[in-house]
Design a protein around this ligand. Structure first.
Ligand code: ZN
Length: 503
């Protein structure tokens, strides 16, 4: 089709975006329903509908007419607003992504991932890496090839990193992780040698019904608008969003682990606040919602750790928690509670790691991925390399591959280059805290009164309201200047030295 004006092309563009969005919305609601409310035998019916919807969505996105439309709009860029320009850029990216990988390879890879998932599960259950090894070899091979399609100019691993967090490179990560490792390895060793914190009271019996009351109390404490955000129960906690009036968070209650759901709700609450505070003007456009996984984790981990595990916030919260669990917390005071939820201990499993040791798990995965991609590590040697790094960095022995290199599902899903954004988000959060304190002065007296509004306003003003207008690295730079891991290292050193009386 020939376009007569930018206005006409934009109207066609908006209609296409609106259609794709509607299919994504419907599929998202179905996925949410599947993990929260749908009965066990609903999978077949849902699968049929899902297949139809996803095919229509694919055809809408891959429509060759999109290419002509995008080319027209790109050649009339001067007539577009900043938001429209960004929308065209994001649409172009999605469109090219679909076309970059030859169809036959794409299909073969999907089949491989499907088979790999089952083999990974089997290998993990049997704690036998050799079952998964040939599949991972193929996955790494495909990712090397895809990296060239993504960006032939870049080193393969850089091209993959860029797919998950725009602008992220090995150069940035080498500096970041190098500094982190130098500081954290000795700090973790000191914490390990210090007297352990007794957190045994956290494993007493905490009925799920009472924990649910705590979840709503926490949502109120975070000032999450329940007319725009609801809570459900799932196997693994997550956040999903459709627009800034419809955000869902989930949690999982373990009756012998009080801190588990408590901190899941605060973590997912941080994701939710980011989505809820995106400016209305981006709703229903391609710019809607948080911009990247790294920025998103910076918000969730800020709420979970920097705020949620801080002494001032807990001095506000603890009496309320104790009211809900008077018997279980009878002999526990605020100080003990604070120490227990911050207890650090080198452990085998990333998802259960504490704030101090968490990033070491990510560094280990990063170093291994980098070597798998540049060919200096063969997949068959992965378990040995994994175990050696756990010994060197965390001082623990890995008993088997189940607790070792088979623990995460990411690689079997083809996600190589995804892990670093978890650590990056944590460090972004610490630097945001420093910027916030520079702007607002001492934020903590109000936090200890349960008032988080100044913190949230700062985050909204510098991060949340922009939704996906800027690339993540640019958004961060605008908010905080150049990224510097020093803030995160200082934050951890200070917090854990105090907690464990290391000085
Ligand atoms: Zn998260």
């Amino acid at each position: 089709m020939n376009y007569e004006s930018a206005a006409q092309a934009l109207s066609s563009f908006d209609k296409r975006v609106e259609q794709m969005r509607a299919y994504s919305h419907a599929m998202g609601v179905m996925a949410l329903d599947a993990s929260t409310a749908a009965p066990r035998l609903s999978a077949e019916g849902r699968g049929r509908t899902y297949a139809v919807l996803s095919q229509v969505r694919y055809e809408l996105m891959a429509d060759p007419e999109n290419g002509a439309l995008l080319a027209y709009l790109e050649s009339h860029e001067a007539e577009l607003s900043q938001i429209q320009k960004r929308a065209v850029q994001l649409f172009r990216r999605q469109y090219e992504q679909l076309r970059r990988i030859p169809m036959a390879e794409y299909v073969d890879y999907e089949v491989l991932l499907n088979d790999s998932q089952a083999k990974w599960e089997e290998a993990k259950n049997k704690a036998d890496f050799s079952i998964f090894q040939p599949y991972l070899e193929k996955i790494v091979g495909y990712n090397r090839k895809f990296a060239v399609y993504y960006d032939a100019e870049k080193a393969p691993y850089d091209a993959l990193l860029n797919e998950y967090e725009r602008g992220l490179t090995m150069e940035t990560l080498d500096k970041f992780f190098g500094a982190l490792k130098d500081a954290l390895v000795p700090l973790i060793a000191k914490v390990k040698a210090a007297p352990a914190i007794d957190s045994s009271f956290l494993s007493r019996f905490y009925p799920a019904s009472q924990q649910e009351k705590l979840s709503y109390l926490l949502m109120d404490a975070l000032d999450i608008d329940k007319d725009r955000c609801t809570l459900a129960e799932t196997e693994h906690p997550f956040t999903t969003e459709f627009n800034n009036h419809d955000v869902r968070i989930t949690t999982h209650y373990y009756e012998n682990a009080l801190a588990s759901s408590m901190y899941s709700v605060i973590h997912e609450g941080g994701h939710a606040i980011y989505e809820l505070d995106c400016d209305d003007r981006y709703n229903y456009t391609l710019l809607s919602g948080g911009v990247s996984m790294g920025i998103h984790e910076s918000q969730s981990r800020f709420y979970e750790n920097i705020l949620g595990r801080s002494r001032p916030f807990l001095s506000y919260l603890f009496p309320k928690v104790k009211e809900l669990f008077p018997e279980q917390l009878q002999d526990v005071d605020e100080e003990l509670f604070y120490r227990a939820v911050n207890k650090a201990e080198p452990s085998l499993v990333r998802t259960e790691a504490d704030e101090l040791t968490y990033c070491m798990h990510i560094i280990i995965r990063y170093e291994l991925e980098k070597r798998l991609l540049d060919g200096s590590l063969a997949v068959r040697d992965l378990p040995e390399a994994w175990n050696r790094l756990y010994r060197d960095y965390l001082g623990i022995d890995v008993p088997n591959d189940k607790a070792g290199c088979l623990q995460d599902s990411h690689w079997s899903n083809g996600l190589i280059g995804y892990f670093p954004s978890y650590a990056l988000g944590s460090a972004y959060g610490a630097q945001m805290l420093a910027c916030m304190e520079r702007d607002l002065g001492d934020i903590w007296p109000r936090v200890s009164q349960g008032d988080l509004s100044h913190v949230r306003s700062w985050l909204k003003e510098h991060i949340h309201k922009y939704a996906s207008l800027y690339e993540p690295d640019e958004l961060f730079r605008r908010a905080c200047g150049e990224f510097d891991p020093k803030y995160y290292i200082d934050y951890l050193e200070e917090k854990y030295s105090r907690l464990y009386n290391l000085k």
